[in-house]
Design a protein around this ligand. Structure first.
Ligand code: FES
Ligand code: FES
Length: 199
């Protein structure tokens, strides 16, 4: 193996042994790569955005996700953590009116953007959004853990014009999993919520 071939073992060795004398092959190249990666990872950026129409002015690590910013920094815990890897939809929020998975969205990419979470969905008078009301009327939840993500996805589904039929709703909502399998009630809620939203 060439001494410049970087393997996981050499990288770990280089990172873990920083500052220690290393015998054997010259690992300075791997140590330099590990050092650069660690410098990059530690980078902080300033960030200004609107969350539920409230200005947020903060400094974030470039690795921080929108999900962590919302839940841990802003205490907006209505947005849920499920898989944390983009497969369950529990963390769905809106950015500039479009649905995104907050666990896969880096906060640092949101300079100047408008983020809406389930807490910001309420009507101007403080009452429930029509889609939230429809979920309650149809009892479209059991444990409720997936519900904030389902509601945010449902509002987006209607806005995107994908609530024309039950089949279309199921397709559009297929990225939001429900471990309690409340799917029939969720589809019924989206159908009625769409009507209430004037779709
Ligand atoms: S927590 Fe983001 S998709 Fe599952
Ligand atoms: S209501 Fe329990 S996971 Fe959906």
């Amino acid at each position: 193996m060439s001494e410049h071939q970087l393997t996981r073992r050499t990288l770990l060795k280089a990172g873990g042994a920083a500052g220690l004398a290393v015998s054997g092959p010259d690992l300075s190249w791997a140590q330099s790569v590990a050092g650069q990666a660690s410098d990059l990872a530690a980078e902080q950026v300033s960030l200004q955005l609107l969350v539920n129409e409230q200005p947020v002015n903060t400094v974030v690590d470039v690795r921080r996700t929108l999900l962590d910013l919302l839940r841990d920094d802003l205490d907006l815990t209505g947005t849920k953590v499920g898989c944390n890897q983009g497969t369950c939809g529990a963390c769905t929020v809106h950015v500039d009116g479009k649905r995104v998975l907050s666990c896969l969205t880096l906060a640092a990419t949101l300079q100047g953007r408008h983020v809406t979470t389930i807490e910001g969905l309420r009507a101007p008078d403080g009452g429930l959004h029509p889609m939230q009301r429809a979920f309650v009327i149809h009892d479209a939840m059991q444990c409720g853990y997936c519900t904030p993500g389902q509601v945010m996805a449902a509002v987006a589904c209607v806005r995107e014009g994908h609530a024309g039929s039950d089949a279309e709703i199921r397709e559009s909502m297929s990225g939001n999993l429900c471990r309690c399998a409340a799917y029939p009630m969720i589809v019924a809620a989206v159908r009625d919520g769409a009507r209430e939203m004037g779709a």
